[in-house]
Design a binder for this molecule. Structure first.
Ligand SMILES: [Fe+2]
Length: 208
């Protein structure tokens, strides 16, 4: 009987209901860009906003629309106690032609997510790296790269093609980066981190 000893869970889906206010979100992103300077973290020349206020009405509506998907994602981890998910940080990336994001992880978070608010096939691929670095010591798979069909057991990288309204969730410790935007259009994404909050932790937070 085959068993997966370890696995990395990536989830992605186009969230059609956000199409109703996609333009409003895009306008909001450009307003943020116009009003405040860029941070410099994983970005090169692209714009990366400071952290968004999560109670801003449009952002709050967005979080409401993606929350159930995040809970479903977290459920795969079979957390025993009652839990809630908490959006920890959220920020905007606007990448023009030739902008890209450097490899990085999101430390001290549980899950990470990205929502492609405005993206297309060649506007920059999100690439996740296999956290099992042991593959570099294998013999056949490192020397015969054209002699096997890539699957989750033998690949070193996982490609997520950008697409308008696509939401992607993955473990926060997975190293990831974004390739160059090869189009003339801006690529806009909303990135965020998620923490798991158990009921006990919530209770502890309430007393001082
Ligand atoms: Fe990231």
């Amino acid at each position: 009987m085959f068993k997966n000893a370890f696995a990395t869970l990536v989830w992605n889906k186009q969230i059609e209901q956000i199409k109703n206010y996609q333009k409003d979100l895009i306008d909001y992103c450009y307003k943020i860009k116009n009003d405040s300077s860029s941070e410099y973290n994983s970005n090169t020349d692209g714009y990366q906003s400071k952290l968004l206020k999560l109670d801003q009405p449009l952002i709050s509506k967005f979080i409401n629309d993606i929350k159930d998907y995040i809970v479903n994602y977290a459920n795969v981890y079979e957390i025993v106690s009652l839990f809630e998910i908490e959006i920890d940080d959220m920020w905007i990336n606007i990448n023009q032609k030739n902008d890209y994001l450097l490899p990085h992880i999101h430390s001290q978070k549980d899950f990470s997510g990205v929502f492609f608010l405005k993206a297309s096939k060649n506007s920059g691929t999100l690439i996740l790296e296999n956290p099992d670095v042991g593959y570099q010591y294998q013999k056949f798979f490192t020397k015969n790269k054209n002699n096997f069909i890539y699957n989750c057991y033998n690949c070193q990288q996982f490609f997520v093609e950008p697409l308008d309204l696509k939401l992607v969730l993955f473990p926060a410790h997975i190293k990831h980066f974004v390739t160059k935007n090869l189009t003339n259009d801006d690529r806009i994404s909303i990135a965020f981190d998620v923490n798991i909050i158990t009921k006990n932790e919530n209770w502890k937070k309430q007393y001082v």
